[in-house]
Design a protein around this ligand. Structure first.
Ligand SMILES: C[S@@+](CC[C@H](N)C(=O)[O-])C[C@H]1O[C@@H](n2cnc3c(N)ncnc32)[C@H](O)[C@@H]1O
Length: 213
């Protein structure tokens, strides 16, 4: 089934791909996703002095990881208050904002236009309006800033494909869909991410650079 382009029902509150409650994993607590392996696959080097915004940050694993590699200002956004309570407990030096990415960013997301990097991992398939979301990401990044996107990429000629799983159905971008979505960015790198047990399509990590103007 191909994407008719209409917003669709996204059952994301505390479901994390259908699993309750822990998605990310930490040294002291397992989760559905092997977060350390994912970070290794993301493969960013030193982030000295970087300003980072993590969209759909969950319990903040990647915010903490970015700070651990030298980032100095890290903001995580998620709409799940319980996840953010845990994120704040684990990573008090990061800033966490509870909001939907569908809400107005102006006045909520600090210092729009100043970020060196935006992370969006395992989340874009939940976006009801991914085009608007990518526009907002571009406006959060400074010129020449980097979007690091981790997502499943489906086969097919349409931009998105509805993938049915046992517990839900989600829209996944195809390669064509990703390149249409990321117009205004230059995709500089694409490589495989770590597979998760319930993945319906292979996951990839893309580094996409915002134009310098
Ligand atoms: C599958 S988890 C991925 C978490 C994390 N990025 C990772 O890779 O470990 C998806 C996250 O996106 C968040 N989320 C889903 N829809 C959202 C929305 N509209 N606005 C903000 N966060 C959202 C969920 O609360 C959840 O924490």
């Amino acid at each position: 089934m191909t994407d008719p382009g209409a917003p669709h029902d996204l059952n994301v509150d505390r479901t994390f791909d259908g699993y309750e409650p822990s998605y990310q994993s930490f040294d002291d607590r397992p989760g559905l996703s092997d977060s350390a392996a994912k970070w290794q696959a993301v493969g960013l080097g030193e982030l000295t002095g970087a300003r980072v915004l993590d969209i759909g940050c969950n319990e903040g694993f990647f915010c903490g990881a970015a700070m651990g590699q030298g980032a100095t200002f890290v903001v995580g956004m998620d709409r799940d208050d319980a996840s953010l309570t845990e994120a704040r407990r684990r990573f008090p030096d990061c800033t966490f904002i509870e909001m939907s990415w569908d809400d107005e960013w102006e006045g909520r997301v600090p210092d729009l236009g100043s970020y060196d990097m935006v992370f969006m991992f395992s989340a874009i398939h939940y976006a009801a309006n991914p085009e608007q979301l990518v526009e907002r990401i571009a406006s959060a990044l400074k010129p020449g800033g980097l979007l690091v996107l981790e997502c499943g990429i489906a086969d097919g000629d349409a931009d998105r494909v509805l993938i049915e799983r046992t517990h839900d159905q989600t829209w996944h971008f195809t390669r064509r869909g990703i390149s249409n979505l990321l117009q205004g960015f230059t995709i500089e790198d694409e490589h495989p991410s770590v597979a998760q047990e319930t993945d319906p399509v292979p996951r990839f990590i893309l580094q996409a650079r915002r134009s310098t103007t």
